[in-house]
Every structure is written in structure tokens, then in C-alpha cells.
Design a binder for this molecule. Structure first.
Ligand code: SF4
Ligand code: SF4
Length: 486
């Protein structure tokens, strides 16, 4: 089957239960953000910008679990920030599993291998030696790691850990192949780490999904190559969604990177062009989401936003009206309870209906957290939709792509603007990073000038860039510091 039977049946049962009860609005997926601290600063991420004043705050474990109980969503997507930084992440996953929820851990992949080593140390016995040997052979753990795992003591064995389960997915953020992904996350080496973490997870029997946002500059062929590559690695599913210029991301783009958001985010027409082949991708790869949502993305039909079905809970409460937008003009922004949010938000003010935006900020939004549930819940129902969704979710799983080794996945470190490597390369092109700027400039000042768009090294951004290079060491903070948010 395309997705595990128990999971598809659980979600279908949840929808049927509420349809029979005639519940007007209910939650399908809880986007749970226990913290907004992150070890990366991805271009286009509104989270770390919108919540920049509360990056050190965390939702206590009990409140996270209570939020899941309150909205009763069968699936919980733990996101953030980087959820693996949350000090009680293991207990959170275990608590959600005790509530019988399907758990997605949305991660940038950087700390995944550490968490899986903790798991190995907790469950080590001679029976798992073949797996340890395979991980060593593939260079996914070091000899020292293997020794630590083998010698794990009482404390390591008593730790709550994140073990493989058919009810849990690692949901790894990858926005393209190496060059593109490292450009978007603004740090080189992250794509490679994601690939190694995914390989390790598959050896250990975890379920793994990838989570991709498509931007204006994203090359569709590259996305197809990415699906092929990760299918070959045994990845179990892919979420893909168009990038949307919500306020916080837009402001960051202008202020920090000096970019015009129009150059980065997709309009509706652009989204439809980029996603023209999504129905074919859905046949070839295990794309999450209903075929009805895929038809919407491809421009074959309209849907109405159902943002209430994928609510977001974070340090400030239930975020309204949606994952992307916090509307303090028409709503209170954040609410203390899910039901309170359902009751108080004027949902009819949001979304796009038959191509007409009810709120101008929604005009270009086609994101999965607003519209994917619409496809499952039968808004804008057309004859045959239920059967289409059923056949897709309960149908056969697409075959693994078997020539992934032909994909040029490691196509170079990227050095886009805002990216530390670019700044370094500007000053020292001999360092080996690929350059996106002309090599005719000879002095660092000229190169910086070219990079910043000015002439002869004169640019208002020059000083900021030099300061950035000087602060490089600070930006590359050691893992221990990152792991201990204050
Ligand atoms: S990893 Fe996720 S939370 Fe962190 S900056 Fe990137 S997109 Fe934002
Ligand atoms: S269309 Fe829906 S999900 Fe998109 S910004 Fe508007 S309210 Fe949010």
C-alpha cells in the first residue's frame, strides 16, 4: 500500500466520525511548535523571524500534550524551530504515542544521527551488531560512536529515546539537491548531513519523509531529481508545498537579504506552472496529500481554505488564522484554547473562493496547511472525489526508483546571498567554494563590491558583509551551546 494501512485507516476513521457527527470544524493535523529556537537561519523561514523575541521560550511538556488532547487531531507534526533542540523531545514523542497519535518530527536533519545513536545505546544487544557493522561500513557512525553504543551504561539504557515505529516519521526538510538546499538553509554541509541521517534511519527501520517548499527559483527538473534520489534511498513519503510570501518571511527578505520577495515567492499562476506535473509525481512517488489537493496545485480546480483543520499551537497559544499568518487586526492573534479559536475567528474572511481572495494576504496562498485538508474533507466536492482519495491512499505504493545513483545530488556547495560560504568565497575564492559572481574581479574589495551589487567595492552592504565574515565563528556556534537553550 502507498501508506501504512493502520495510518490511512486511522485518518479515514477520524474524518468519517466527524462527518457522521456533522462537526462543522475539526482538527486533522496539529502543528505543534514546542519552541522556535533553531540552529539554522533558512531564507524564507518566517518562524525564527516572527518569534524572534521569544526564541528562548518553550512550551512545557504537559502543555504540549494537553494541546494534542484538546484538539484531538490524529496526527501531530512537531515542528518549530528545530524540535530536536527541545529538551523533552523524547518524552513528547512518547507522550503523543501514548495518546495513539501519528507523529511527524519535522527536522532540519542536523541532530537526527545523534538521536538515533542515543536510541542504539539504549537498546544495544549483540543482536543489533549487524546493524552497527552496516552503519560503520557506510561511515554513518564512527568507531568511537560504535564503542560508546556497545559500552552503554545504565543511564544511557534508561533514557527515553526516539525508536523506530510505524506511527512515527522523521520528516526531513530538503528544499532541493545539495547546491539549492544549502543555499536556502544558508549553510553548507546540511544537505549531506540530511542524506546521511536518512540513510542511517532507513538502516535502523525508521519511517522517513521529506518536506520540500518550492520557490520561484526552484527548478522543477531538480525537484524530480530530488524525488528520484530520495526514493532510491528508501524514503517513505514526500510533502511538497509552494513557498508563500507571508509577512514575517517577506520582511526578512527585504531587511536582511536586501531581496525583493517577488523574486523569491510564487504567485498562484507561477505555482500552477511549477506544479503542472504533480499528478504524474503522485503516480511515480509517495507524495503525501490527496489527489484533490494535487489537482488544485496543478490548476485543474479551485479549493477553499480550511486552515482550522491544521491548527498551530506554540509558546503564545493557538495561532490564528493559520500556520502562516498571525492576524492581530481581525483576530486576537493567539488564543488560549482551540475551541475558543474555532468559535471566535471569522473564518469566512480568509482564503480564496473561486479565484477571488477574501483577504488580499491570501491571494497567492496555495500551501498544504491551508488547502490539503480541503481536498480530504470534501469542500468544493466534485463527483468521484472520495473514491479518488480512497484509491490514492489505499492503492499500491509506487516502486522504488532504482537508478538514484545517476542523480547528481551532491552538485556543489551553494553560496547564495545571505549564505556564509558566499561571504567567505568572496574574500577568498581559492577556498574552493563555487562562485556565483564574476571571477574578473581581483581584489577582495572588488569581489565584495561585485557581490553586493556595487562598483569598485562600494556598496552600502559592504560593511555588513565584512562584519558577517568576522562573526563567522560566532555564527557557527558549537553544538553544545545550541543544544542548551536558556
Ligand atoms: S530549519 Fe526550519 S525552523 Fe529552522 S530556520 Fe530552517 S525553516 Fe526555519
Ligand atoms: S489562504 Fe488560508 S492558509 Fe493561506 S494565508 Fe489565507 S488563511 Fe492562511
Amino acid at each position: 500500500m502507498r501508506f501504512p494501512l493502520a495510518l490511512s485507516a486511522k485518518i479515514a476513521g477520524h474524518i468519517i466520525k466527524h462527518k457522521l457527527r456533522k462537526t462543522l470544524r475539526f482538527a486533522m493535523v496539529l502543528q505543534l511548535e514546542p519552541l522556535h529556537t533553531c540552529n539554522l537561519t533558512c531564507t524564507g523561514c518566517g518562524r525564527i523571524r516572527e518569534y524572534s523575541t521569544s526564541l528562548k521560550d518553550m512550551v512545557p511538556l504537559e502543555k504540549c500534550l494537553a494541546a494534542a488532547r484538546e484538539c484531538e487531531a490524529p496526527m501531530v507534526s512537531i515542528c518549530g524551530g528545530e524540535p530536536l533542540i527541545y529538551p523533552k523531545i523524547e518524552e513528547l514523542i512518547a507522550g503523543l504515542r501514548e495518546q495513539n497519535r501519528i507523529v511527524y518530527v519535522c527536522t532540519n536533519g542536523v541532530f537526527m544521527r545523534k538521536k538515533m545513536k542515543d536510541y542504539l545505546a539504549a537498546v544495544y544487544s549483540p543482536e543489533i551488531e549487524p546493524k552497527i557493522k552496516k552503519l560503520l561500513h557506510e561511515k554513518l557512525i564512527s568507531d568511537k560512536d560504535a564503542e560508546t553504543i556497545r559500552k552503554s551504561d545504565g543511564a544511557a539504557r534508561q533514557k527515553t529515546v526516539i525508536g523506530p515505529s510505524k506511527w512515527m516519521y522523521w520528516n526531513v526538510h530538503v528544499d532541493g539537491l545539495e547546491f539549492t538546499h544549502d543555499l536556502i538553509v544558508e549553510r553548507e554541509g546540511v544537505f549531506k548531513e540530511c542524506v546521511e541521517a536518512i540513510k542511517m534511519a532507513k538502516i535502523l527501520g525508521y519511517q522517513v519523509a521529506t518536506n520540500t517548499t518550492v520557490y520561484k527559483e526552484t527548478d522543477v527538473k531538480e525537484i524530480e531529481g530530488m524525488f528520484k534520489f530520495f526514493s532510491w534511498l528508501g524514503v517513505d513519503g514526500h510533502t511538497i508545498s509552494p513557498g508563500y510570501d507571508y509577512d514575517a518571511a517577506k520582511k526578512d527578505m527585504v531587511k536582511r537579504l536586501g531581496k525583493d520577495p517577488k523574486d523569491f515567492f510564487l504567485t498562484r499562476d507561477m505555482t500552477r506552472k511549477k506544479f503542472a506535473k504533480i499528478l504524474d509525481w503522485g503516480k511515480a512517488f509517495t507524495i503525501f496529500g490527496t489527489p484533490v489537493y494535487q489537482e488544485f496545485l496543478a490548476g485543474h480546480r479551485e479549493l477553499t481554505c480550511t486552515a482550522w483543520a491544521i491548527p498551530t499551537y506554540n509558546v503564545r497559544g493557538w495561532k490564528a488564522p493559520c500556520y502562516l499568518m498571525t492576524d492581530t487586526v481581525n483576530t486576537e492573534g493567539h488564543y488560549a484554547g482551540y475551541q475558543e479559536m474555532l468559535d471566535k475567528v471569522k473564518w469566512e474572511k480568509y482564503g480564496v473562493v473561486n479565484g477571488k481572495a477574501r483577504d488580499p494576504r491570501c491571494e497567492h496562498c496555495m500551501v498544504h496547511c491551508g488547502y490539503d485538508p480541503s481536498g480530504a474533507l470534501g469542500t468544493n466536492y466534485q463527483a468521484g472525489d472520495n473514491w479518488k482519495n480512497f484509491a490514492y491512499n489505499f492503492g499500491p505504493r509506487p516502486a522504488r526508483y532504482d537508478r538514484g545513483y545517476e542523480i547528481n545530488a551532491f552538485n556543489g556547495f551553494s553560496i547564495g546571498k545571505g549564505h556564509l560560504a558566499e561571504a567567505k568565497a568572496v574574500v577568498n575564492p581559492a577556498a574552493g567554494a563555487h562562485g556565483a559572481f564574476s571571477r574578473k574581479e581581483t581584489t577582495p574589495e572588488q569581489r565584495i563590491g561585485a557581490f553586493c551589487g556595487g562598483e569598485n567595492g562600494e556598496s552600502p552592504e559592504r560593511d555588513a558583509l565584512l562584519a558577517k565574515i568576522k562573526d563567522a565563528k560566532k555564527i557557527e556556534a558549537p553544538t553544545e551551546q545550541i543544544l542548551k537553550p536558556k
